[in-house]
Ligand binder design. Structure first.
Ligand SMILES: C[S@@+](CC[C@H](N)C(=O)[O-])C[C@H]1O[C@@H](n2cnc3c(N)ncnc32)[C@H](O)[C@@H]1O
Length: 188
């Protein structure tokens, strides 16, 4: 009987682990988390303020939301396609006493309403930024910021850039341009 329970638990854990890896991969964006120091740098560069609302598009294990809540006093809303990551983020937020500040939604970020966000955090590739750009420009309010890690938004000029962390910050409404036009402007 004990052996049966052991095998049952093992298979359950294996299935949950597979879901954790496979669902993000199916959506083309594997669950590779951002390093905490890179997150802090991006949130500082985006000037995240207490009580502002930060959306993390593809929230993964929820670390961006927890850092935003704990260290910046912000409210974090995570949009995540994988139910396992959602459950994990929700449980850790509760266990760390951040239940009031951190919210997780099981949803596709291309379909999420982003109009209340003060800051949008995104770690992904240029494939997603190309598709997300028009949606963000349409939905985000004036003065909202976008913090993009690794990939920039095509045809937008950043308002700040961190070379080491490859972090791009944009202020809404977006200015036409790109990284080159930003660097040229800075040199003037
Ligand atoms: C590279 S990880 C980033 C995790 C977290 N934002 C961080 O920086 O640590 C990308 C996450 O996006 C999620 N994802 C991929 N496509 C998505 C979609 N269309 N809608 C919502 N989440 C998505 C994946 O499941 C994965 O957890």
């Amino acid at each position: 009987m004990v052996t049966l329970i052991f095998y049952g638990l093992f298979i359950l854990l294996l299935l949950l682990g597979l879901l954790w890896i496979l669902v993000p991969a199916l959506y083309g964006l594997p669950s590779i988390p951002t390093r905490p120091d890179r997150i802090r740098k991006a949130l500082k560069l985006a000037n995240l303020q207490p009580n502002e609302i930060l959306y993390d598009l593809g929230a993964g294990d929820g670390r961006v939301l927890r850092i935003a809540a704990r260290e910046f006093g912000a409210r974090g809303v995570g949009i995540e396609i994988d139910p396992m990551h959602c459950a994990f983020t929700w449980l850790i937020a509760l266990a760390s006493g951040l239940g009031d500040q951190v919210q997780i939604r099981w949803q596709n970020f291309y379909k999420a309403d982003l109009s209340e966000a003060d800051i949008v955090f995104f770690y992904g590739t240029s494939k997603e930024t190309a598709r997300l750009g028009p949606k963000l420009a349409r939905e985000l309010k004036q003065g909202a910021r976008v913090a993009a890690i690794s990939a920039d938004f095509p045809n937008w000029q950043p308002s700040a850039f961190d070379y080491e962390g490859l972090i791009f910050i944009y202020r809404m409404p977006p200015i036409k341009g790109d990284l080159a036009s930003y660097l040229l402007e800075k040199e003037k």
